[in-house]
Write a protein that binds this ligand. Sequence first.
Ligand code: NDP
Length: 321
Amino acid sequence: MKAIQILSQGGPEVLQLTDLPMPSQKAGEVLVRVAIAGVNYADVYQRNGQNPAVLPAIPGTEGAGVVVEGNADLPAGTRVAWLSQPGSYAEYLSIPAWKLVRLPDDISNEQATAVIMQGVTVQYLAETSYQIKAGDTALVHAGAGGVGLLLIQLLKHKGATVLTTVSTAAKEELARQAGADHVIRYTETDFVAAVKELTQQQGVHVVYDSVGLTTYQGSMAVLRPLGSLVLFGQSSGNVPPIDPMTLCRSGSLFFTRPTLAHHVADAASLTARSQRVLGWLREGILRPRIGGTYPLAHAAQAQADLESRKTTGKLLLTVET
Ligand code: NDP
């Protein structure tokens, strides 16, 4: 089969299209033909060494396709999507059957891949990491990204006031269309001063921070006492260790650093969270924006674009041609 493989950590050039043997199936696994693979920032961390993959590796943890060798519950021909499963930048994937989300006819492979991983991420961020309530004020960094746009949409649906940061005018427009109440260009404006002014010096109840190194200190500074910092990524670089006394002095803050895998670690959690997300997709609460579609062979370009802050919304790789 054709697959992207990485043999060493490095820049996008280490993503090489290769011919590899078909994956072997372990007990409890089914074989899936991949139609679409999702590109996520986590793929970049695994490639560049911020969160290194065990090598050699086939990148990608998300996609949609069709079962080709299944079981009684998931026979050949069943359309499925998955998340949190390595090896998705490939024509075929062997995956534990319990990790598959059955797709209804009215949800396309593109739609499913545009929400399955990032949608479940925003579900747990807003309903588990910090349970957002109507009337809360939230700050979302990188609001025009794949996760950012979906998170703004969900927080607005739940009745929060949403402040967000972006780097360009075009991204500002997209964040507003997603429902953001206030958009701050943090590349030109001090976002700490802007958030304080917009909240009459009160600060926000929660910051959802996926940018990390360049934002985490400001994120703590804009929280009101007893506020929550949900650090869930580090697109600008890894965050150094935080002294607990900083949280104390800054207002008895809550700090969490969650990751998706722990929220979909068993069939019941995966089913509950993914069905919630597919329901929100149907109801128009989540409205994914596909910001770019690339052939599998151009995975390096997709990741380079993502890292260079050029992209908005979700990036997809077309695997089946
Ligand atoms: P995005 O589409 O949001 O792309 C990343 C964005 O980060 C950029 O567009 C850019 O937005 C912003 N950014 C700020 N500084 C930098 C920098 N120095 N280099 C690159 N980008 C920068 O990506 P995703 O939607 O795929 O992921 C968003 C974040 O969410 C990532 O950090 C990812 O790891 C995290 N994530 C975490 C999960 C978890 O379970 N913990 C699950 C899924 C995603 P701008 O130009 O507006 O600044």
